[in-house]
Design a protein around this ligand. Structure first.
Ligand code: HEC
Length: 118
């Protein structure tokens, strides 16, 4: 009587995966606008429109970006920083795959003065 339960679990797991289709780069840029701009700035440079430095990491700083691996950045996006106090966790909203794409397709392509937009 084990089989039906295992089958059920397998389908339930597949169902969960299927429920969350990977986000496109456009969706990720929109997601950035809605969730990251207040700390990382419209262009990802962590500077506000009035030149004020925000609290986040400057994604347009090539030297800093070169020091950070994709895996480290993905981990921060999923887990947050300092228990979500400095930066919230986006685990519930971005899958591992989405966080990876966020780093590669959005953050690593950020250019100073060019707003990240869909
Ligand atoms: C409440 C403010 C806040 C929000 C919102 C926020 N961040 Fe951050 N983020 C920070 C701070 C603060 C740092 C650390 C800056 C530093 O160490 O120089 C950081 C660092 C990072 C880093 C560098 C991680 C590393 O490896 O050190 C990444 C990548 C990142 N944020 C991505 C994001 C993304 C993507 C979003 C939106 C989905 C986001 N953040 C939203 C505050 C925020």
């Amino acid at each position: 009587m084990r089989r039906p339960i295992l089958l059920f679990l397998a389908f339930a797991t597949l169902g969960l995966v299927a429920q969350a289709p990977a986000k496109s780069p456009q969706e990720l840029r929109a997601f950035f606008q809605q969730n990251c701009v207040r700390c990382h700035g419209a262009d990802g440079s962590a500077h506000g429109p009035d030149g004020r430095k925000l609290k986040g990491f400057d994604f347009t700083n090539a030297a800093r970006m070169a020091n950070q691996t994709d895996a480290e950045m993905v981990r921060t996006i999923r887990k947050g920083l300092f228990f979500g106090w400095r930066m919230p966790s986006f685990k519930g909203k971005l899958s591992q795959q989405d966080a990876q794409a966020m780093v590669q397709e959005v953050l690593r392509k950020a250019q100073k003065g060019k707003a990240i937009a869909p």
